[in-house]
Design a protein around this ligand. Structure first.
Ligand SMILES: C[S@@+](CC[C@H](N)C(=O)[O-])C[C@H]1O[C@@H](n2cnc3c(N)ncnc32)[C@H](O)[C@@H]1O
Length: 208
């Protein structure tokens, strides 16, 4: 899987453009309201969403597996601290954070690794800290692309894994947290080679 993502940015392009997700803007406002200043963004890519937070004076660390994405990110978002590594090897900073924002990363793993990632996020969050996480839902058109390797989890011909989350899935994955809200959102995204497409996402806001 990491090989897929290592190659994903090889043309050194901002493949989904520079417009941030509206969930990043929403999460930023929630975090500001809670006086959160220090956040972790697992899988921050080239900084499309990290910049929303760093521009608002948050201290942002992001862990990203692709060196090319980090190369682009450091130019686009100079204030965020881009750290090369796998989120499955966290903690990589030795820090505890007040907030975590995680956009469209969790659905890229098999069940065992999803549990590891969530557990690692839990451990890196301070008591009462907030996590805001988005994933592809089972209503998204990606459901069924490739062959099924686990429940609602497909691997396509390029080696990309997607687990499409139901609402029940969300609750089970985040059962250790105090879940504040689970919702659905539709968002236009630039799909390379295809143009714009509408994504069906689920989001969760939870407290440790
Ligand atoms: C669907 S993209 C989302 C990018 C970004 N969150 C955004 O808002 O644009 C998933 C990102 O996670 C990164 N990624 C995938 N597996 C990873 C891993 N094990 N550790 C760290 N980053 C990873 C990919 O390289 C990619 O940048």
């Amino acid at each position: 899987m990491s090989e897929y993502w290592q190659n994903r940015y090889k043309n050194k392009e901002m493949i989904w453009g520079t417009e941030p997700s509206k969930t990043a803007i929403g999460a930023k406002e929630i975090f500001q309201h809670q006086n959160i200043k220090d956040i972790l963004i697992p899988g921050g890519g080239y900084g499309r969403n990290t910049k929303v937070f760093s521009d608002a004076q948050f201290k942002v660390d992001t862990i990203e597996i692709s060196k090319e994405a980090i190369y682009l990110g450091k130019q686009w978002d100079e204030r965020t601290n881009f750290i090369h590594g796998s989120v499955l090897d966290m903690p990589l900073t030795g820090k505890i954070y007040e907030g975590i924002y995680c956009y469209n990363l969790l659905h890229l793993f098999l069940e065992e690794d999803r549990k590891i990632l969530i557990q690692k996020c839990y451990k890196q969050l301070k008591r009462d800290g907030l996590i805001f996480c988005t994933v592809l839902s089972e209503k998204d058109e990606s459901l069924g692309r490739g062959h099924m390797i686990e429940y609602n989890t497909f691997k396509d011909e390029k080696g990309k894994i997607v687990h499409n989350f139901t609402q029940k899935d969300m609750r089970i994955h985040f059962e250790e947290f105090n879940i504040l809200k689970i919702g659905e959102i539709q968002e236009k995204i630039m799909a390379p080679g295809v143009g714009e497409r509408m994504c069906n996402l689920r989001y969760i806001l939870a407290r440790k």
